[in-house]
Design a protein around this ligand. Structure first.
Ligand code: CTP
Length: 399
């Protein structure tokens, strides 16, 4: 399945490096061409002899050959590889990757790479939890790289917790899934909405909601990595994807989101509405800040917003696929099915807001897909980026 795929494996100084010879062996068995880069500290954890024997390839580490004085072309490595996997990524390496500190072959190659980058952090639980490490991981996630989150378990320090490198078999599965789905949406145009909308009350106040936009951003990043020309229409969010393959259109209100969607929907093959659009908006927006008044409290009269998804459902052509989300707290499937029918969707992605690990402001999600032909597909709890892939694969099938 990985025949002919060039995989660059960057190993940094973490005890979990001992798992990498197993991974190299698994990758080779699948037919991949593997080139290993070691950071100077990785030598303390795993030997180049083992890795070169298993990869049947020279192990690289020096930015230049000290004997001949010749430069190791890190630029070429990052351009000709199909995937750059950095595993294990130690806290120090994560920090260097996040901030562009290129002081060894692994990090210079990273800066010069054009292929997708997967990063698998591994370290002790406290180092992993530290805000510095978490912020570095967020920077890298936001940059569009796939983070293979470490699992919980026994750590080399004797402590228990998060920081344990994913097992080689699971890393192999993630890589195989990636190549299986890569380019599945080549030449397709996908419109995604994300985040909350803000409905102004006066110049300083608004009605909003807790949506972080993470699910929509994950969908946009995954769609782009599967080859789709991606447009993301989003409300105010903490972060926006920076990939050059994603066109980001920022809006504030439900009305602005409606206008942007109506303008872009006809040009797209698929539309996925992951935004948490306000259902109500103030009837009038005060021009000046509402002041406190003794003995009276202001009343804000609300009016309904347009249901964007239902509007798109009315305009949908036979060659277009329309997908909605339903976040429910009770009668989950009955409510979702009603939305599926009433909004003329091809399928609806259902979240149970009461399940932990699903919904707003968490990095994972648990979804069920309800199709218009009555079929139902349930998935286990996964990182939002992997959930996004499940949704996009379902969309590709319907297409
Ligand atoms: N949606 C939309 N425009 C709105 C409201 C919702 O496009 N004004 C979309 C959402 O993006 C989502 C789907 O409709 O894909 C379902 O949203 P949800 O909030 O779960 O349901 P509502 O239809 O708003 O119904 P209710 O709030 O009563 O559950």
């Amino acid at each position: 399945m990985l025949k002919g795929k060039k995989i660059l494996l960057g190993i940094s100084g973490s005890i979990a490096a001992y798992k990498m010879p197993f991974l190299v062996r698994l990758l080779k068995k699948e037919g991949a061409e593997v080139t290993v880069i070691l950071t100077p500290t990785a030598f303390d954890f795993v030997t180049p002899l083992t890795l070169s024997t298993l990869s049947e390839n020279e192990v690289l580490s020096d930015p230049y050959d000290k004997k001949s004085g010749r430069w190791t072309s890190h630029v070429n490595l990052g351009i000709t590889s199909n995937l750059y996997l950095i595993a294990p990524a130690s806290a120090a390496t994560l920090s260097k990757l996040a901030h562009g500190l290129a002081d060894n072959l692994l990090t210079t190659t990273y800066l010069a790479s054009r292929c997708p980058v997967f990063i698998a952090p591994a370290m002790d639980v406290d180092m992993f939890r530290h805000p510095a490490t978490q912020e570095n991981i967020e920077i890298l996630r936001k940059r569009g790289h796939l983070i293979i989150d470490p699992g919980e378990g026994d750590l080399a320090s004797g402590l228990k917790g998060a920081g344990r490198l994913e097992d080689p078999e699971n890393i192999l599965k993630i890589i195989k899934d990636f190549f299986l789905t890569a380019q599945r949406l080549n030449g397709k145009k996908i419109l995604i909405t994300a985040g909350p909308t803000y409905e102004p009350i006066d110049p300083v106040r608004f009605i909003g909601n807790y949506s972080s936009g993470k699910m929509g951003v994950a969908l946009a990043e995954e769609a782009a990595s599967m080859g789709a020309e991606t447009t993301l229409i989003c409300g105010p969010m903490a972060y926006y994807p920076e990939s050059k393959w994603i066109k980001v259109i920022k809006v504030q209100t439900a009305q602005q989101m409606l206008e942007a969607c109506l303008e872009h929907f006809p040009q797209n093959d698929v539309a996925i509405k992951a935004a948490a659009v306000a259902d109500f908006t103030p009837e009038t927006v005060e021009e000046e800040k509402i002041k406190k008044q003794k003995n009276t409290t202001p009343e804000i009269k609300l009016k309904s917003t347009v249901d964007i998804l239902a509007q798109l459902g009315k305009q949908k052509r036979a060659d277009q696929v329309l997908i909605g989300f339903a976040l429910e707290t009770e009668h989950v499937f009955e409510n979702a099915e009603k939305k599926l029918r009433e909004k003329n969707l091809d399928f609806i992605v259902v979240n149970d807001a009461k399940k932990s690990g699903a919904g707003f402001n968490v990095d994972t999600n648990i979804i069920t897909i309800l199709y218009s032909d009555g079929k139902k597909q349930s998935f286990e709890q996964k990182q939002k980026r992997l959930v996004a892939r499940d949704i996009l694969l379902a969309a590709a099938k319907v297409l």
